[in-house]
Design a binder for this molecule. Structure first.
Ligand code: ZN
Length: 273
């Protein structure tokens, strides 16, 4: 499966890519609602990266191992026919440069964003130089729109839970970006934005409310995952820390944004609007 995964034509691989419309109300379980997350459902089924020896992998599996997901930055223009979002990617470094952000700093922020999820659940992320072969590709949008989007493509087949084939994360190169919070909600923090999009890239959707990092609206309260975000990742991949499994997980409050100047801001995975 691994060989086929990268050998086939892009159009064939991405035939399963579909539109992600935020937010879907159907399918949210009571547990999700209580814990403050929502799992992504594509065509009526959940999606996740498969572990090397879990139930989604080829036969012979016994004990599950944490999926090892590679990621890379686009170093040349890439096209993904059929992708609803991020169908055209270009290198992301010029985007950073326009905002005075060095390439190394961009990579550091991305790594920190991946580390957030890696510390919350049993999934690992490894940077690779080859974007053509990476599981998650990060690039700038060839056709700028919105702020940031993710495209999740899953492999054909599967039942109630499908295996993610590839995820694309694209940032708008015409927007200004920054590192850290300064209260200006028109300029997004790279780490926060990437962490949010990575959440989509591993199978999470927008939960109700505004407090989670996976919430639809860009906020500058915390650059960390909320208990709800962590519970969502743990629901997909198992908890990294025992305390997440057994500890006190609190549901986010709906009024967490009280007083915040909140121009609507998109971190959408949905159709550009
Ligand atoms: Zn989003």
């Amino acid at each position: 499966m691994t060989a086929r995964r990268f050998a086939g034509s892009l159009s064939a691989l991405l035939v399963a890519a579909i539109m992600l419309q935020a937010p879907a109300t159907a399918g949210e379980s009571e547990a999700e609602r209580y814990l403050g997350f929502r799992l992504l459902e594509l065509d009526g089924a959940g999606v996740k990266w498969a572990g090397r020896h879990d139930g989604l992998s080829p036969a012979g599996a016994t004990a599950a191992e944490a999926p090892r997901v590679t990621y890379a930055f686009a170093t040349a223009p890439m096209t993904f026919p059929g992708a609803r979002n991020c169908a055209g990617l270009v290198p992301v470094e010029p985007l950073a440069a326009r905002s005075g952000i060095a390439p190394e700093a961009l990579k550091t922020e991305a790594r920190a964003a991946f580390d957030m999820w890696e510390s919350a659940a049993r999934i690992e992320f490894v940077e690779t130089a080859n974007a053509d072969r990476a599981d998650i590709v990060i690039g700038a949008q060839a056709e700028p729109t919105g702020h940031a989007f993710t495209n999740v493509a899953y492999e054909p087949g599967g039942g109630a839970e499908r295996r993610i084939e590839r995820s694309l994360i694209c940032l708008n190169p015409m927007k200004r970006w920054k590192i850290g919070f300064d209260g200006n909600l028109a300029v997004y923090d790279l780490r926060y934005t990437l962490a949010h999009e990575i959440g989509h890239a591993i199978g999470l959707d927008h939960p109700d409310g505004n407090s989670a990092l996976m919430s639809f609206r860009y906020r500058e309260g915390s650059r960390h995952l909320t208990p709800g975000d962590m519970a969502g990742a743990a629901a997909l991949y198992g908890p990294r820390m025992p305390s997440i499994e057994t500890g006190t997980v609190t549901a986010p409050t709906r009024n967490g944004d009280a007083g915040e100047p909140a121009p609507p801001s998109e971190l959408a995975i949905g159709q550009p609007r």
